[in-house]
Design a protein around this ligand. Structure first.
Ligand code: ADP
Length: 334
């Protein structure tokens, strides 16, 4: 089982929903984003207006979906959730937009993966609350303008830089979500443990937080796996030792690297002498999609100072060699 996978199984999704903070006060960390968003929402509420469009960028599992739901809750508005890949035709988007209620929040996950025609339709919808619905085909096709009720688009993307500037510019508020500090993740773990009715001590929570790669979703997932272990092998209580033993079973190491991360590093070191090697070559070597390596494994490896992205390709740092207990070749100068 991949513990960092973004596609959770059904039980995981149900539990994940139950663990979602319901308002800004419950949302842990991201102080700046929270403060700014609070102002945006309060001001809109005071004016009796619909909130400006919001763009959230950041790695998977940092709370973008949760924040979009909080925005809807704080605005006492309904929310519709969809994603870029689900909108392949402009018509798909027109259907969604034309069925929105006034003030509704439209959460568009992976907004950078929308088709071009849908993207262009979105520009007009965001700016003028209007779409042109094309009726008919060929020379007889006509564009029928359709007024939309004001709505709030909340777009989410792993990197704001992936968006075409005209789209990026149409968001009134852009927030970048940072990875969480260990102390913040400890609070996430304690909060979730209490919601799940699991007993955990301070060191146990710290152990899980330290292996969670700065990501609340991972912290919650590791907590659930450690809870399983504690129930089966112990008395249900989570201590430092229980957490460490459980996570060893799931191959999550002390630094939070899981099997994929280690596979990427190992390939880089053992097959390519530490690099530089191209992303595609590296992905093939570990039998994963390019995107998986780039978006799931690499951001964390880069942040941990284990891997560097250079113009010539991926390069292992000296810390990577020592983390895997390997000796760099002499030319590495270590
Ligand atoms: P994203 O949409 O960025 O992939 P989600 O909003 O789905 O991430 O968050 C994943 C899980 O992490 C949710 O179940 C939520 O409970 C938890 N989570 C995310 N951010 C926070 C936070 N700031 N405080 C507490 N829990 C959080």
């Amino acid at each position: 089982e991949r513990l960092v996978e973004s596609v959770a199984d059904r039980e995981d999704q149900a539990v994940e929903a139950a663990l979602r903070p319901k308002d800004l006060g419950e949302f842990i960390g991201q102080e700046k984003v929270r403060e700014q968003l609070d102002l945006v929402l309060r001001a809109a509420r005071a004016r009796g207006a619909t909130a400006d469009h919001v763009l959230l960028s950041g790695a998977p599992g940092l709370g973008k979906t949760t924040l979009s739901m909080i925005i809807a809750a704080e605005m006492e508005a309904p929310i519709r959730i969809t994603s870029g890949p689900a909108i392949q035709h402009a018509g798909d988007l027109a259907a969604i937009l034309s069925s929105l209620q006034e003030g509704e929040v439209l959460f568009l996950d992976e907004i950078h993966r929308m088709s071009r025609p849908a993207e262009e339709m979105l520009y007009m919808a965001m700016e003028d609350f209007r779409v042109d619905v094309i009726v008919g085909k060929g020379p007889g096709a006509t564009a029928i303008p359709l007024e939309l009720p004001p709505f709030t688009l909340v777009g989410a993307t792993t990197r704001a830089g992936l968006l075409p500037p005209p789209l990026r510019d149409r968001f009134g508020f852009t927030a970048h979500m940072e990875f969480y500090e260990p102390a913040e993740l400890e609070r996430v773990v304690h909060r979730s443990a209490s919601l799940l009715d699991v007993e955990i001590d301070t060191e146990g929570a710290a152990e899980i937080a330290g292996r969670s790669r700065g990501t609340p979703r991972i912290a919650n997932r590791l907590l659930r796996r450690v809870r399983d272990y504690a129930q089966v092998k112990g008395d249900g209580r989570i201590t430092k030792d229980v957490a460490a033993a459980a996570l060893a079973v799931y191959e999550v190491d002390a630094r939070g690297l899981d099997r994929l991360d280690r596979a990427v590093l190992e390939a880089l070191l053992k097959l390519f002498g530490g690099g530089p090697v191209g992303l595609s070559t590296l992905a093939v070597a570990v039998g994963e999609e390019r995107e998986t390596v780039e978006e799931v494994a690499e951001p964390f490896l880069v942040r941990e100072g284990l891997l560097a992205r250079t113009p010539r390709g991926r390069v292992a740092t000296p810390a990577a060699w020592s983390h895997l207990g390997l000796t760099p070749p002499r030319s590495q100068g270590a």
